[in-house]
Write a protein that binds this ligand. Structure first.
Ligand code: NAD
Length: 350
């Protein structure tokens, strides 16, 4: 199991160090090699995604990423910005499926802006298509027509693109509560009528998983009204962009949320949903749990090691139950700890 480790910028190296310690403690046959991505790579090699990193990422089975970016690179030309490295590695690896769990541990129910009874125990997985849809469709542009500016984009999906992302969702549901909700706007958009048709066809391959359909406007409402009705939600690139951010904010704790982006062979890039948090970088106070939970997702989705994934997740639940909190999830009555102490506690719980 070859893992390319990319700590990145800001808090990246601090949180990655804890995830690597957790992985090493599992005593699996893991080969981990580090490389540069983002601002640190711009400084060292004048390229946010240098050739050495490209080669390592290609050769690895999975990539574990901290975060990239920081104010010192914000005024660089676009090709020398850290975030460009992120876009390039996703494209280079052909990652078409983005998996973002929104989990709210009962102990953190007060972190949400919603009522605790609505969100406590929330556990949703949003599966977003990442390489198609209106974000990539041609033709597109802004031009002059009949004396005024005219802007346009094209929403498009082939049935094979829809089928492969639906399969990711159904496969994920088999590891969870066997319910998939497919989100579209078939009452207005033909492209998403095709989405619904292909979803219904694909469901026949998964008779053990229950499929439902929901219009995107209703899905946005249901996510705040009764989010616990969902198990796996699958949708296209644009709807998924919006709904996955909405779902992650239900939890109120960005330092807790992992993510995975997969290719057709379950090779994946795993990273926390948050950024490089320059405001707290180097202080040893960042929450490493999103990165540790991203490592658990890597064991589950790329290496098919459900048992080790669950061991990590159980250890995280245990430290929360012990009342340990980094600053981002701290509340009175709990014990405030730093990045390293949180890592130590997860290791002890393992
Ligand atoms: P951010 O997620 O880095 O930070 C937002 C807020 O959340 C900050 O107050 C930060 O201190 C806090 N925070 C984030 N992660 C935390 C953690 N693990 N523990 C404790 N607190 C945490 O978002 P931002 O401030 O908008 O962006 C900062 C930089 O990160 C920018 O350069 C941006 O481009 C980059 N960014 C990178 C990624 C990525 O690498 N995937 C994603 C988003 C933003």
């Amino acid at each position: 199991m070859k893992i390319c480790v990319l700590p990145g910028d800001g808090i990246g190296p601090e949180i990655m160090a804890e995830a690597v310690r957790v992985l090493k403690a599992l005593d699996l046959k893991l080969e981990m090699e580090e490389a540069l991505l983002g601002g640190c790579a711009v400084d060292a090699a004048k390229d946010p995604f240098p050739e050495a990193t490209q080669a390592l990422a290609k050769a690895a089975d999975a990539v574990l990423l901290g975060a990239v970016g920081g104010p010192q690179w914000d005024n660089n030309p676009r090709e020398l910005r850290p975030e460009r490295g992120l876009l390039r590695i996703r494209k280079d690896l052909g990652l078409f499926a983005n998996l973002r769990p929104a989990i709210l541990y009962p102990e953190l129910a007060n972190a949400s802006t919603l009522k605790p009874e609505v969100v406590a125990g929330l556990d949703i997985l949003i599966v977003r298509e990442l390489t198609g849809d209106i974000y990539f469709g041609q033709p597109r542009g802004i031009e002059l027509r009949d004396g005024e500016r005219y802007g346009y984009n094209t929403m498009h999906y082939t049935e094979s693109e829809i089928r492969r992302i639906l399969r990711v969702a159904f496969d994920a549901a088999r590891k969870r509560n066997r319910k998939v909700c497919s989100v579209d706007k078939m009452n207005v958009l033909e492209c998403t009528q095709l989405w619904r048709d292909v979803a219904t066809e694909t469901a026949k391959e998964y008779p053990d998983v229950e499929l439902s359909h929901m219009l995107v406007d209703n899905a946005a409402m249901q996510l705040v009204k009764n989010p616990k009705q969902f198990d796996v939600m699958v949708t296209g690139n644009m709807f998924g962009d919006i709904l996955s951010d909405e779902a992650s904010m239900l939890t109120g704790s960005i330092g807790m949320l992992p993510s995975a982006s997969l290719d057709a062979d379950n090779k994946g890039l795993y990273e926390p949903s948050h950024g490089s948090a320059p405001d707290i970088a180097g202080k040893g106070v960042a929450n490493p749990l999103a990165t540790i939970l991203s490592a658990a997702m890597m064991l589950r989705y790329t290496f098919g090691n459900e048992e080790s994934a669950q061991r990590i997740e159980a250890a995280v639940k245990k430290v929360l139950a012990q009342g340990l909190r980094t600053g981002d999830i701290y509340e009175p009555g709990t014990t405030r700890v730093g990045t390293r102490e949180m890592g130590d506690a997860v290791l002890a719980a393992l």
